[in-house]
Write a protein that binds this ligand. Structure first.
Ligand code: ATP
Length: 471
């Protein structure tokens, strides 16, 4: 980088710029766009799905494959409704809802109270409703509000041809409960011993009253969750261990550490069964909000499912023969919020550009400094000319490297513009093939971050990239 260049890692209007880049380059599209869209639904496009898959694969590798004490699960999305009675979701998975009497817009009462400067921390539904009356709370447009209602966030549907109460089921509002329901089956078949954990990645659905902020809060989203089963006396040790594991994960994927906050949730705000909860919060452009959660849930879930199902869910220690319900540490990761946090962390604008070619490119240049492990495209192959002399060997090279890594081939426009296109989507390496390559059988490899260019023999490329890209 030359002196005249100034890097802005947190530019103004960052969300607007990110949403636009995501659409323009194929990371995230508005859902159902050709039909005018569906509010707050988003589709991951060609680059977005690569980024998402890389994040999920890396998470699975770190937390399942590389550990002897973890196993995986991929449970059905729609479960027996009794699951959600036992878990407490039917009775208590509620948001306090109020409606503007004039416009009929709906709001979350806790959000409105907070906006009015009230501290809602630790207030239950009744207390919040009373507070709203006491201060004569109005809607953001200054209109009267309806009385608060408890609004259950579970999305309902019906299985089978008859739409009656008997056939009513719920789309799961979290992936975690299936882990408890499948606890005994997983334990018996994997022959694990305490402490051990079960991990699951999958979609979850919540009928959020106020979705928004791009992919931050949607009604359909993806979670990566772990239940780690421990001896009741050892929970504190494993809580600390999982906190460290979460920090290490965030470093692995390049989430800016200076934007992270670890918020201890006070007793009054925690679920009654939890002795400790930490919210991992991130500085999004729209404020400091939750990214992940870490909770100690005691034996609440296994106990509820044991009582409701009347099945024995206890663990028998093979050495002492002691029987008990294991306690649980739950690290919970949202996939979509991970994507938003890595994009925000990686987005860099360089005023005046940093082009290595002679052509003057004046506008700010965007470099997405994504970690190599999660970048959607690992290598771009750019022949210096469209002539067959270069394009044929360049395409052959692309086909060869494609067997191991995601490759993009691009021969249109100037090399400067092509570098910029790759920088903008976070491609860590570009290979250019020039007329000298035909003679010396070497190509130029350019590094996205250092912009250093190295001449590498074509025959050595695979080993070169194995070292740089495989993990
Ligand atoms: P919030 O307070 O933001 O509503 P939460 O505390 O209800 O979140 P959890 O129930 O702990 O969230 O869910 C675990 C993780 O799932 C969250 O940390 C987040 O990453 C993700 N998540 C939850 N709700 C949504 C949503 N509506 N859209 C996208 N991700 C979500």
């Amino acid at each position: 980088m030359t002196e005249k260049e100034k890097t802005q890692s947190d530019p103004k209007d960052l969300m607007e710029k990110l949403v636009s880049l995501c659409k323009r380059r194929g990371f995230v599209f508005p859902g159902s766009e050709i039909y005018g869209g569906l509010a707050n639904s988003w589709d991951y496009g060609p680059l977005g799905v690569e980024l998402k898959n890389n994040i999920k694969k890396l998470w699975w590798k770190k937390f399942v494959q590389e550990r002897g004490d973890m196993v995986g699960l991929d449970a059905a999305l729609v479960m027996n409704p009794k699951v959600w009675e036992a878990s407490g979701h039917v009775a208590t998975f509620n948001d306090p809802l109020v409606e503007d009497k004039k416009t009929h817009e709906r709001f979350r009462l806790d959000h409105l109270l907070e906006a009015a400067g009230e501290n809602v921390s630790g207030l239950g539904f009744e207390a919040m409703a009373a507070k709203a009356k006491e201060i004569n709370l109005k809607s953001p447009k200054g209109n009267e509000l309806t009385d608060a209602k408890q609004f259950n966030m579970m999305l309902e549907t019906y299985l089978g041809p008859v739409k009656d109460e008997e056939n009513k089921v719920y789309f799961r509002p979290e992936t975690a409960q299936a882990i408890f329901v499948d606890f005994q089956n997983s334990l018996e078949t994997s022959r694990q011993r305490i402490p051990f954990g079960i991990a699951q990645i999958g979609k979850a659905f919540r009928n959020e009253i106020t979705p928004g902020n791009f992919i931050f809060r949607t009604r359909e989203f993806e979670q990566m969750e772990i239940e780690y089963f421990v001896k009741p006396t050892e929970w504190e040790k494993y809580f600390e261990e999982w906190l460290e594991n979460m920090k290490s994960w965030m470093r692995d994927i390049g989430i800016s550490e200076d934007k992270l906050h670890f918020v201890e949730i006070a007793e009054a705000d925690r679920a009654h069964y939890s002795k400790r909860t930490i919210d991992v919060e991130f500085d999004y452009p729209f404020g400091q909000k939750e990214l992940y959660g870490l909770a100690y849930r005691g034996d609440f879930d296994l106990k509820s499912h044991q009582d409701k199902s009347r099945q024995d869910l206890e663990y028998r220690d093979p050495e002492t023969n002691e029987k008990y319900l294991p306690h649980v540490i739950e690290p919970s990761f949202g996939v979509d919020r991970t994507i938003l946090a890595v994009l925000i962390s990686a987005y860099t604008e360089i005023e005046g550009g940093r082009s290595t070619t002679t052509e003057a490119i004046k506008e700010a240049e965007v470099v997405l400094r994504l970690d190599k492990k999660i970048a959607p495209i690992k290598i771009a192959i750019l022949p210096l000319s469209k002539k067959e002399e270069l394009s044929v060997p360049a395409k052959q090279l692309a086909d060869k490297l494609r067997k191991r890594w995601m490759i993009m081939y691009d021969e249109s426009q100037s090399i400067g513009k092509r570098y910029r296109r790759q920088d903008e989507i976070g491609t860590p390496y570009c290979i250019t093939i020039d007329f000298d390559s035909l003679e010396d059988k070497k190509v130029t490899v350019r590094d996205r971050d250092t912009m250093l260019q190295e001449r590498i023999a074509i025959d050595d490329l695979e080993n070169y990239f194995k070292e740089k890209l495989d993990y």
